[in-house]
Design a protein around this ligand. Structure first.
Ligand code: GDP
Length: 294
């Protein structure tokens, strides 16, 4: 991700850096390029507008214009604002006891994979994760989670065949968890093709029953502004604590990641960067901002 923006802006940054003296026109030209690039990357319109305004305000400052390397300074302002837009600091998880994490999202976003990836990561940190399959819509999802759990050697609770009631599954899973030596329970839930009342109703019931510390929404980075809309809808309906953005290894232009925090007010906590279970880690705004500078 972000190679699109890096390619688009490479020339703009090179020009800026090469200037010994900088005029307001130089800045306006660069900002115009940046604005176009952000919109082409599918950054939400108002987010792009505010971003440009922030960068402009700082870049026009006399300290910048009079500095020895003004172009370099402006590139740095841009970079720091991008890191801020991506969320600033690395977000953490609340894992105070009883640590329960509900993983939600649309079909295909990467919920089941992410549940296992997160379990593996927590395990490597010395915690004892447990996995619970609450996807009663797609029986294959239960098998998928069970298979992944086996691969990473994490205990998994699977519902009885034909079970239809997610809250009953959650209740049984919490009973089961008492017999396991776990410190954090991750619940993988069912998705749908799109957000509908049935999905929201189910997630609300689960959320109320489980009372999780974290409700993580999994979104596919490649879906652009749609991912941001989905996040708003989930947040309004069930209240999320953070976002996991998957498929950053694909050709996503980065618009979803750049708009997400501003529009939803929720941090992107983790990033999936491949199908393998270890291709996953914290979402690090600073590191990603550097990628745009190429
Ligand atoms: P779910 O329907 O939300 O549970 O989605 P799955 O976990 O089944 O994932 C859907 C597909 O996306 C699978 O083929 C996963 O291997 C793939 N996937 C998940 N996360 C990533 C990622 O970060 N990068 C890539 N390239 N593929 C991913």
């Amino acid at each position: 991700m972000f190679s699109f923006l890096a390619d688009k802006l490479d020339n703009t940054f090179r020009k800026l850096r090469g200037l010994g003296k900088i005029s307001e026109k130089n800045i306006s030209d660069a900002l115009k390029d940046i604005r176009v690039a952000l919109l082409e990357a599918d950054v939400e319109f108002s987010v792009a507008r505010e971003f440009i305004a922030h960068v402009k305000e700082q870049a026009m400052g006399t300290e910048v214009l009079k500095s020895i390397k003004p172009g370099e300074q402006i590139v740095k302002i841009f970079r720091d604002e991008i890191a801020e837009l991506l969320g600033g600091d690395v977000a953490t998880l609340d894992l105070t006891d009883p640590a329960r994490i509900l993983v939600v999202g649309l079909n295909g976003a990467g919920k089941t994979t992410t549940s296992a990836k997160l379990a593996l990561r927590l395990k490597k940190e010395g915690r004892r994760p447990l996995l619970v399959a609450c996807d009663l819509i797609r029986p294959a999802a239960i098998d998928q989670l069970a298979t992944l759990a086996k691969q990473i050697d994490v205990p998994v609770f699977t519902p009885a065949p034909g079970e239809k009631d997610v809250v009953r599954v959650a209740r049984e899973a919490l009973q089961w968890a008492k017999t396991q030596d776990g410190t954090v329970i991750i619940f993988d839930t069912a998705g749908r093709q799109e957000v509908d009342e049935e999905l929201i109703g189910e997630l609300k019931r689960l959320n109320d029953y489980i009372d999780p510390r974290e409700t993580l929404l999994v979104v596919d980075a490649a879906t652009g502004q749609q991912a941001v809309q989905v996040a708003c809808t989930f947040n309004n309906a069930v209240g999320i604590t953070g976002i996991v953005m998957t498929k950053l290894d694909g050709d996503a232009r980065g618009g979803a990641a750049l708009s997400m925090r501003s529009v939803t007010g929720k941090p992107i906590k983790f990033a999936g960067e491949g199908e393998k279970l270890d291709q996953f880690g914290p979402f690090v705004p600073d590191r990603l901002a550097d990628r745009i500078l190429g």
